[in-house]
Design a protein around this ligand. Structure first.
Ligand code: ATP
Ligand code: MG
Length: 421
């Protein structure tokens, strides 16, 4: 019988990769803690209505990327395509947003029906950050500065650039939208097919069309920055001032619009040229209107989400993962002969008592070629025990060579400890 396979675009993350995921997650949570952010965990499934009302009916996500189904009660549910909507829903539902400031983060799988390719999957993972109750540009800057700190910690800061734009207020954008639409309508025949379709539904998205003809046309199109209201202008000026003072480099990209409806004022993306077409590793912006749109009181908010798979691809491409983070154990413990095999189990427990942070993997299988097997395990340290007339003794190897042989088991913890430093 044919075997059942995983769903296209939904990947297993195998034990050979999980140490890298854990490494990344650890770095992220360390940085976020240092800025006083709290983790929130939301369900993976929400009412379809939530995404339609937040992301927007005529966005790519809602039009063609959502995994939507009816449950047994005939209620329309959707696997979350992103985390912001659910985070706002949860915050509102539990009274965490009104008249308060909040800094949340979350991580987990998101689902979008897209064409699977490198850096683009149907189940992918985001680490998202959302803040509420802060209207001024300091918090926009904090989000950017903390992400830059994370890139630095991960050793990828030089491989990413920050693109920045302001979308202005909803009102100022309406005026711009009308002018842009008029400009493009006059040139309708020269637009690519996708852009022709978007003109009626979501004309701003035409700005980031990949079609070169359309891009050429856009060179003479009205520019969003000329339409910004005073409040958005001074917000943006304050943000760039703060970034300048923090030594953060950025490019103002007037074409950066983001695919979701709910953004206003600040939008930003961290982009790399090392991953081909899927170059955005982190993206976000301000969404002051969303909480009200979902039924809450007006609440300023700003957040971002990073794509974990893309970050890991970038870490791999740059060879930026520390060697010790690739393995899940430090010491491989085995017997050298049958007579000593009994001692392995008890010795491992003693070592775990004495050296609680040492990660030990025991060899419980056959002893043929045990030396090679231990080497191939990838452990930084190897201990082999053998039986002598005086009882079991150990020999200890590091990656390069034999450290010492014939070590009494009682002396072993100290020996390992100094070899491990
Ligand atoms: P793109 O333009 O690449 O489709 P997006 O604007 O749809 O991205 P967002 O909704 O802003 O993406 O999501 C934030 C981040 O999540 C992206 O910058 C990217 O790193 C990651 N991401 C989005 N969609 C996918 C996907 N299908 N597979 C893997 N990562 C993704
Ligand atoms: Mg997308």
């Amino acid at each position: 019988m044919a075997k059942v396979k995983a769903i296209r675009g939904m990947n297993d993350i195998l034990p050979s990769s999980t140490p890298i995921w854990q490494y990344l997650e650890r770095q992220v949570s360390t940085v976020l803690s240092s800025y006083g952010y709290n983790e929130i965990r939301m369900p993976i499934v929400e009412q379809t209505e939530l995404f339609k009302r937040s992301i927007g009916e005529v966005t790519d996500i809602v039009e063609k990327e959502m995994y939507t189904f009816n449950d047994r009660n005939d209620e329309s549910l959707t696997l979350r395509p992103e985390g912001t909507a659910g985070c706002v829903r949860a915050g509102e539902e539990h009274g965490l947003l009104f008249n308060q400031t909040q800094r949340f983060w979350y991580q987990g799988p998101m689902f979008r029906y897209e064409k699977p390719q490198k850096g683009r999957y149907r189940q992918f993972h985001q680490i998202g950050v959302e803040t509420f109750g802060m209207a001024s540009a300091e918090i926009d800057a904090e989000l950017i500065v903390l992400s830059a700190r994370l890139w630095k910690k991960l050793g990828i800061l030089d491989a990413v650039t920050l693109q920045l734009n302001s979308l202005g207020s909803t009102e100022s954008r309406q005026v711009y939208k009308a002018d842009l639409t008029a400009f493009l309508e006059a040139r309708f025949d020269q637009l690519d097919e996708d852009s022709q379709r978007r003109l009626a539904t979501n004309p701003l998205r035409i700005l980031d069309s990949k079609d070169s003809n359309t891009q050429n046309l856009l060179a003479d199109a009205p520019v969003l920055s000329d339409y910004l209201d005073e409040d958005s202008k001074s917000h943006f000026a304050h943000l760039t001032e703060l970034l300048d003072a923090s030594g953060i480099r950025y490019e103002v990209n007037p074409r950066l619009v983001r695919g979701l409806d709910y953004y206003c004022k600040t939008v930003f993306e961290w982009v790399t040229d090392k991953l081909g077409a899927q170059g955005t590793v982190c993206a976000g912006g301000r969404y002051d209107g969303l909480v009200k749109q979902l039924g809450g009181k007006p609440t300023p908010a700003v957040g971002f989400a990073m794509g974990v798979e893309r970050l890991i691809l970038l870490l791999e491409t740059l060879n930026a993962i520390p060697e010790e983070e690739r393995s899940s154990f430090d010491l491989y413990l085995a017997a050298d002969d049958k007579a000593a095999q009994q001692a392995v189990f008890a010795l491992a427990e003693t070592l775990r008592d004495e050296l609680p942070s040492l990660r030990i993997r025991c060899h419980f299988a056959g002893l043929k070629n045990i030396n090679n097997k231990a080497r191939q395990s990838g452990a930084a340290l190897i201990v082999l025990i053998k039986q002598t007339e005086q009882g079991p003794v150990a020999s200890l190897w590091n990656e390069d060579a034999l450290v010492q042989s014939d070590i009494a088991l009682s002396a072993l913890p100290e020996m390992i400890n100094s070899a491990w430093q």
